[in-house]
Design a protein around this ligand. Structure first.
Ligand code: ADP
Ligand code: MG
Length: 694
């Protein structure tokens, strides 16, 4: 239950005076939240300095100024096209106020002739006369202090003006309660951080540009609060998970040895390390939840197989789940000969299996005659049962939700889980999503791979690119041609891909195929299979080929409008080639003018093919929010923290969370109670439920 002290902050924004349902809806669209607290978290992105207020004779045109003037004559226009004017002056000069579509009654009320008023806005010179069009503020002299200030500017959206947003935020800040501080007093003092409510008020009252920086003291404190809530919540969930007993899967190593003996290659050092880490983790009595990270082509499959064999050696079963049919088949093909040489019974189960054949497969799993199953979502179905599932490998985790992962592990007892991903996750992001989740990294590449030559070319040189493709095809190579990502809609994405497909098919004939996200899975698989079989020379695709399809003869990757793709995505796409012995090329076609970030991305890609380095650079260039597409990936989005800038705070928050829970695991002490409020403040309610007296 949310503590009462926070109720005012979690009331709907419409409970504030001046905030109606229309505003609330627009604001929710802007920031994603409808409560008073969401207004508080909406920090300014700029400032308007209204402190400048010289005598009229000294005003510099073009500046924002707050001028103290005597109001003179009002002059209503003869028609609606002309503006309404109010003539003002001070001892040194004159100023004309200009209003289009004016409301006369209103203006005579706020600008009474003969009175002194403050007007604030941009001053311009027109026909040698000083004027101000539609002042932002008109006020009485007594209000000088309020008006002649630095005004925060907030991010806005169509239909929301700065004035209404400022007013609403102001009203929200009036509601700020004084909360018991959850920070360690020594740390607060060391960092010179203000109290929480003070920090929030200061963040909304910037006096200069420096105050807008995420590195300013109040903003750092707020970012830290958010990161601490995140790390504390993760630590609570992890503690709970680790209290779940797992089973100790101790393999004899004899099946692993047989597979190693039959492999046509030796494992790389990082593969050996990963296998050792995973098997040690499986042998430990707790439940394993481990990430296996490695670039495309780094050899994750064989590592996964060796890990699964450890489960089989100890007398139980293992499952490997892939996000698509074609990937499941590919894994199966790779693993099948190895499993056979070890005398291990392997099957594959996908949505295509129906009727009697499927019944037989299910029986094998239920009776335990099948040791390892490779499959797709089909493995989740209710009638899939195992004799004793002890280990699950999940490939490309971003395609599966946490819920699905639980469904699979629910089919066994205390199932050890290994999640494989080819999208290296920067350490900072790992921390925010999983805390200290165990992870094994394949940082080496199998030997004998030729590096991929990466070239960036202007799209103007398309004819040369087509000629290069023609030469490659003549030598028997295959070509991927990735079409631009168009942001507005999936529809225009498709139109672009279809247009390119048409043009290439005209040039190269029937050997060109097309896959895109709108096709049915079976249609897509059929085209991919024709490409994999070598029936197609050129595969035009939207980004659906992103996930690990393996076509060794494909040695050319063309990416059109490379400037529109993210760094990690470009790296993934490039990884589709360079899988065989042939020399591979990646052509990044860009269209200018290139922004600084796009330029930096293309440069990094030419410099390195180390996925871990690319992931870190991506984080630096883009900020965490955008990275991986927060929504699909299940990574948390932060409101106040920016991982690219607050990385140091994240590390501290992780350590602090650990220390806090070591000392007070149930958060029951005085500081513990304050920390519970922090968790609720950042809506980590679920984590609080893990506490005994939550
Ligand atoms: P990933 O799943 O990490 O993208 P794969 O497991 O599909 O990579 O491996 C890519 C290719 O490299 C496969 O053909 C595999 O047989 C081969 N491979 C794996 N490990 C090695 C190694 N140590 N030496 C040589 N080739 C390897
Ligand atoms: Mg793979």
């Amino acid at each position: 239950m949310r503590p009462e002290i926070l109720f005012p902050l979690f009331a709907p924004a419409t409970s504030l005076s001046g905030v109606g349902p229309r505003f609330a809806a627009l604001f929710e669209g802007l920031v994603g939240g409808p409560a008073v607290i969401d207004l508080c978290w909406h920090l300014p992105s700029g400032i308007i300095d209204r402190r400048y207020g010289p005598p009229l004779a000294e005003v510099q045109p073009g500046r924002i100024a707050t001028l103290t003037v005597q109001v003179g004559e009002h002059r209503a226009p003869p028609n609606r096209r002309q503006p309404y004017r109010v003539f003002c002056h001070d001892d040194s000069g004159e100023l004309e106020l200009v209003f289009f579509h004016a409301h006369r009654d209103y203006l005579t009320k706020v600008l009474p002739t003969g009175q002194t008023r403050l007007v604030s806005g941009k001053v311009e010179v027109f026909n040698d006369r000083l004027q101000m069009t539609h002042p932002d503020h008109i006020a009485e002299p007594a209000e000088a202090e309020r008006v002649k200030a630095v005004e925060p500017v907030y991010p806005l959206t169509a239909g929301l003006s700065l004035k209404v947003v400022s007013k609403a935020v102001h009203a929200a800040l009036e509601r700020l309660p004084t909360l018991p501080d959850w920070l360690d007093p020594a740390q607060r003092q060391r960092e010179a951080w203000p109290a929480w409510d003070g920090a929030l008020r200061q963040a909304h009252a910037p006096r200069d540009e420096a105050d807008l920086s995420p590195l300013s003291l109040p903003r750092r404190r707020l970012a830290y609060d958010e990161l601490l809530a995140n790390q504390l919540a993760i630590a609570l969930v992890r503690d709970r998970q680790q209290r779940q007993k797992g089973r100790s899967l101790k393999g004899s190593g004899h099946l692993q040895q047989r597979v190693l003996d039959s492999l046509p290659f030796a494992l790389t050092g990082s593969q050996r390390n990963a296998v050792a880490e995973i098997t040690a983790d499986m042998a430990a009595p707790h439940r394993m939840l481990r990430l296996l990270q490695g670039d495309v082509g780094s050899g994750k499959t064989v590592v996964a197989l060796l890990a699964m064999l450890a489960a089989v050696e100890s007398g139980s079963q293992a499952a490997l789940m892939a996000p698509t049919e074609i990937l499941a088949r590919q894994h199966h093909q790779t693993i099948a000969p190895l499993a056979e040489s070890a005398g291990v019974k392997l099957t594959i189960l996908t949505g295509r299996d129906k009727g009697k054949a499927r019944q037989a497969l299910l029986a094998g799993l239920a009776e335990g005659t099948t040791d390892i199953v490779v499959g797709t979502h089909a493995l989740f179905q209710d009638d899939v049962a195992f004799r004793d599932l002890a280990m699950a490998v999940i490939d490309e985790q971003h395609r599966f939700g946490v819920h699905q992962r639980l469904t699979l592990t629910g089919k066994g007892q205390a199932v050890d889980v290994l999640v494989m991903t080819a999208t290296p996750i920067p350490r900072t992001l790992m921390l925010t999503a999983y805390g200290d989740m165990d992870s094994s990294r394949l940082t080496e590449r199998p030997p004998g791979r030729q590096p991929i030559e990466t070239v960036a070319l202007s799209l103007d040189r398309l004819p040369q690119v087509i000629a290069a493709v023609e030469r490659a095809l003549a030598k028997g190579a295959q070509v991927y041609w990735i079409c631009p990502l168009v942001e507005e809609s999936e529809h225009s994405d498709l139109a672009a891909a279809e247009a390119r497909y048409g043009a290439l098919a005209e040039h190269f004939g029937a050997q060109v195929g097309l896959v895109h996200g709108r096709m049915k899975a079976a249609e897509k698989d059929a085209v991919m299979e024709r490409f994999a079989a070598g029936d197609l020379g050129v595969l035009v695709a939207t980004t659906v080929v992103e996930v690990g399809v393996d076509v060794p003869k494909a040695t050319v990757m063309v990416i059109e409008h490379a400037e529109r793709f993210g760094l990690a995505q470009l790296h993934q796409l490039r990884g589709r080639v360079g899988r065989g012995a042939g020399k591979s090329t990646c052509l990044l076609l860009w269209q200018g003018p290139l922004g600084e970030t796009a330029r930096a991305r293309l440069k990094i890609l030419r410099e390195t093919d180390d996925g871990f380095r690319i992931a870190e650079e991506d984080l630096r260039l883009r900020g965490a929010g955008e990275l991986l597409g927060t929504r699909q990936s299940g990574l948390p989005a932060f409101r106040l923290a920016d991982l690219a800038l607050h990385g140091d705070l994240l590390a501290t928050a992780r350590d602090d969370a650990r220390l806090i829970l070591d000392k007070d695991p149930e958060l029951s002490g005085e500081r513990g109670q304050a920390l519970r409020i922090l968790l609720y403040l950042f809506e980590r309610d679920a984590a609080v439920r893990y506490l005994r007296s939550g």
